[in-house]
Design a protein around this ligand. Structure first.
Ligand code: GLY
Length: 384
């Protein structure tokens, strides 16, 4: 990891964070008794709907439990997280549709456990996952292929998506762990491709960029989970903010920090008065303006990482912005007193174009919220 932490002193946590942490711990203590070692994604009518372990969100619940375990040393939470990780063995060995979200899945399970406990089996699993992620790299276009076809007529061999910025840390980690730079080379080539093809001059980003998989030539862009090709999907923007800040952390490449800042400034300029983003920042009249609290939580984590990597005066700007978002999520979007709701943070939107999971708690919103509060309280160790 490059030595670029300029803000060596962690600022004091805002007073409200202690209560927030207690509220999180209390709620997760309850919800974990029902959810156990399963894989929640979106909460509907108060209960998390459970997915199969191959779904891209499989890492967030165990990752959240590791965040809590790191402080409480609650062995019950640890064993749930470990059981979730063990179930992913079946996915990696017997499921042929694994896609680039391998990064999300194994970073928050095996890498997290390895970093916290030194478990060798977790290191082996995470390295296996990193090798599979490397295998999706298309050297002609310098991109990691995102998905496999969603139906038999679809050809998405040449699709790359902004979300993959959050999968790159698995590759950087693999290079550090093995001292083999190949993983890092691939991550850098993908991140450079994102700089050239996804970032718009105003700091917004495309969700999907398409390439000819044979020649590597860019062929276009698609709206994906955003409203349209030229709109500005807020969670995609947050993937770019945090992903670029992480790529800077591992490489020290100034272009990545500049990109993280540019996307962060765009994101912050688009926030409504309560600091929690609408699911897309460029919606025509008449389209529902659902919030996406998960985009706010992820962006806040990215802003905190930018704050640590710039000089202290500049860092105050990014940290203050992150605190405003996290405080808004805690004080206005939380479900702390509602025992009938399992989600921690309300009002996330997973996929408006397919009208799926709109205005509901999302497990990745919960995860990034807990990561953000943990960081405000002084933790600097990242699973990413
Ligand atoms: N990575 C998929 C999503 O952000 O919904």
């Amino acid at each position: 990891m490059s030595e670029i932490t300029k803000n060596a002193v962690t600022p004091a946590a805002p007073a409200w964070c202690e209560q927030a942490w207690k509220d999180i711990a209390g709620k997760v203590d309850r919800t974990s008794r029902r959810i156990g070692a399963r894989f929640p994604h979106a909460s509907q009518a108060g209960q998390y709907v459970l997915e199969e372990p191959h779904w891209w969100t499989a890492g967030f619940w165990p990752g959240l439990l590791w965040l809590l375990y790191r402080e409480s040393k609650d062995e019950r939470l640890r064993s749930i997280a470990e059981e979730c990780e063990a179930q992913l063995d079946g996915v990696i060995s017997a499921y042929y549709r694994l896609d680039h979200d391998i990064g999300f899945m194994w970073t928050l399970t095996s890498v997290a456990r390895f970093k916290l406990t030194g478990e060798e089996e977790s290191k082996r699993r995470a390295l296996l996952a990193a090798n599979l992620l490397m295998g999706r790299f298309n050297p002609q276009g310098n991109f990691i292929r995102a998905w496999n076809p969603w139906n038999e007529h679809q050809d998405n061999r040449g699709w790359a998506i902004i979300d993959c910025m959050m999968n790159l840390p698995l590759l950087y980690w693999a290079s550090e762990t093995t001292a083999d730079p190949r993983y890092k080379h691939v991550a850098i080539r993908h991140a450079d491709m994102v700089l050239a093809n996804f970032l718009r001059p105003d700091g917004s980003v495309y969700h999907i960029v398409t390439f000819d998989p044979e020649t590597g030539e860019r062929t276009g862009a698609l709206g994906g989970q955003g409203y349209a090709e030229h709109s500005a999907w807020s969670r995609g923007t947050s993937w770019a903010i945090y992903g670029m800040a992480l790529s800077y952390r591992y490489t020290g490449k100034q272009e990545y920090l500049d990109a993280a800042k540019r996307t962060a400034h765009f994101f912050l300029s688009q926030l409504p008065e309560d600091h929690v983003p609408v699911w897309d920042f460029r919606l025509p009249e008449g389209v529902p303006q659902y919030r996406d609290s998960s985009a706010g939580a992820c962006a806040a984590c990215g802003l905190l990482l930018i704050a640590e990597q710039v000089d202290p005066v500049e860092g105050k700007f990014y940290r203050a912005a992150a605190e405003r978002i996290l405080h808004a999520l805690y004080s206005q979007y939380g479900a702390w007193d509602d025992e009938a709701e399992e989600g921690l943070v309300l009002h996330g939107t997973s996929h408006y174009p397919e009208r799926r999971n709109m205005d509901v708690p999302l497990i990745y919103g919960d995860y990034y919220f807990v990561e953000g509060i943990s960081r405000l309280r002084g933790s600097r160790e990242l699973f990413w």
